[in-house]
Design a protein around this ligand. Structure first.
Ligand code: ZN
Length: 228
């Protein structure tokens, strides 16, 4: 834990992010010792420790001494969606009904990590579908969103995965998903105006083919009690 790692990979040409703050990633600690773990044998905590060193920090100081362990736990939690099967989740909660009006669950909070910067993006998800003989237990929609958001994501894929999984498992007449989210990787770097949100949508079946269905969904999610 205390030794620095061998530098098994050359990062000198790698980019921290697409926009390129290249100097950020330049290695500053190149010490080698026979006992030091390699990149692949290093524990997660070793890697975070080394990252702190490269950022110019002292990982031994009081406030940081347990940080590698905390980061490991936090990252495991925030990416635990990889361990879960979305179809199994939904299949356990299907109910036969005659109802064929639109079912909407809106303003579901979402927190995820962008795969480009490993920084959070967060916002609201709105989901609607028109059943075709089967409905989903309502609590499963937030759970499905949570499952996919606890993976490294881009907002566009998160939107599509939610819509496609519902379409595949319950085979409704159609599904609509809209996500409005703010991305810290943009907000903290001043890339975007601080209060603007990215909006993505995925429309399948009758939500794609019927203008009227899509408009009904969009107007229902626009009705905000507080005008937010
Ligand atoms: Zn990002």
């Amino acid at each position: 834990m205390r030794e620095r790692m061998n530098r098994g990979t050359d990062f000198s040409d790698s980019e921290f992010c697409r926009e390129g703050t290249r100097s950020f990633m330049k290695p500053t600690s190149l010490e080698r010792s026979k006992e030091a773990p390699t990149l692949t044998s290093a524990t997660f905590e070793n890697l975070v420790h080394e990252m702190l060193v490269r950022l110019g920090e002292d990982p031994e100081r009081e406030g940081l001494s347990d940080t590698p362990e905390r980061v490991h736990k936090a990252m495991k939690f925030l990416t635990k969606g990889y361990q879960e099967d979305p179809e199994v989740l939904l299949k356990g909660a299907l109910f036969t009904v005659n109802y064929d009006e639109m079912v909407i669950v809106k303003d579901i909070e979402v927190f995820s990590l962008c795969e480009h910067h490993l920084l959070p993006f967060f916002g609201k998800v709105h989901v609607a579908y028109i059943p075709n003989g089967r409905v989903l237990g309502l609590s499963k929609i937030p759970r499905l969103i949570e499952l996919f958001s606890r993976r490294l994501q881009i907002q566009e894929r998160l939107t599509t995965q939610i819509a496609e999984t519902i379409q595949k498992v319950i085979e409704p007449q159609g599904v609509g998903v809209v996500i409005e989210a703010r991305h810290l990787c943009m907000m903290m770097r001043g890339v975007e105006k601080q209060h603007s949100a990215a909006v993505t949508s995925s429309m399948l079946g009758c939500f794609r083919n019927e203008e009227e269905t899509r408009s009904e969904f969009l107007s229902l999610i626009r009705q905000r009690p507080n005008g937010v």
